[in-house]
Design a protein around this ligand. Sequence first.
Ligand code: PHB
Length: 401
Amino acid sequence: MAPTSVAEAVRPQQAVAELLFQPYRLGPFTLPNRIVMAPLTRSRARQPGNVPSSLNACYYAQRASGAFIISEATQVSMQGQGYAWTPGIHSREQVEGWRLVTDAVHAAGGRIFLQLWHVGRISHPALQPDHMLPVAPSAITPAGDAFIENDRGEGQLVPFVRPRTLQIEEMPYIVQQYAHGARNAMAANFDGVEVHGANGYLIDQFISSGTNHRTDAYGGAVGNRARLLMEVVEAVSEIWGPDRVGVRLSPLGSFNDMSDAEPEVTFGTIAQLLNGLRFAYLHIVNPGLAAIEKGKAPDAGAEQMLALIREKYSGTLIVAGGFDRDTAEAWLEQSKADLIAFGRKFLANPDLPDRLRMRTGLNADDQSTYYGGGAKGYTDYPSLAQERGEQPKACVDDRWR
Ligand code: PHB
């Protein structure tokens, strides 16, 4: 009898081939598993200038063992910034800073996309060039507070202001801001880019009827409300090639005071429009996330929205929000998603794929260190190797401002 191969010899231990740990082909990449690191705002860019540092490089490199990393949301311009200390991709220093990050991730064997971000009305004059008003599709003040830096250099919440309506003549300039960020991301050696069209930021403000009351070519019917999204995806795809471009949306999301009168029409139409563009992937925030966070089962509306998007969009679908190992695996098996993105679990577990595969315990995330600060609650979550007593891999300095 022929000797059994090593693979055959170990097979009995893995009677069921788990999809989470199977490779996946995404454009030019062969991803080692289906576990994506979701974009997470951490507000730890070096000051002045919102520049990524070696500390940020360390954090991302520690998390390089997933399918790929989607960077924290990164402003494409000063106008696009909405929170203190978030990184940008519009200055030369920022490009150089991001190179530290991409080099470290690549050296660790990973892949990383940059998330291109313009916050629109979710900002404040304190964060804007010349203390100007934030811009938006319509002059509607969001409920809630902006997170700015005060005179003492501390983070502080201040109420949002009424934004200025973008003139139609300014729209090409908005698209150019994303294109500039996309070109800079290429100079910084990213593997691709994700267009942030979710969570109540500028593109989502155009998409959703609650925040877009325009009567020109960028308002009214969903085809018009999706115009900015489509223009940005096309501009960015020309720079990167479509197979290195992703898009993130958050259908049914209410974060940042969002609403839409007919979400099924809006997001069903957009999924169909996007399907014609053939870029790398569509990434959605789980429409059932709000319910899951309250410990409830998602309602029928959330399920229907997911099914609608899966039906209209035939490319790779990533879903983020509220997953554990078993629900992630179930979604892959039922073909409800192709890849699963983990945010808070990846934040607290740098070696999350190993921990899920081995079904070990997970570190709990510490909310008090999500935003701002240094290494604490950022690069000091232990890996399994560290828990066994091994020294952490050299992970440089804690100087960030
Ligand atoms: C945040 O900084 O709170 C934030 C940023 C980007 C998101 C969601 C939340 O998509």
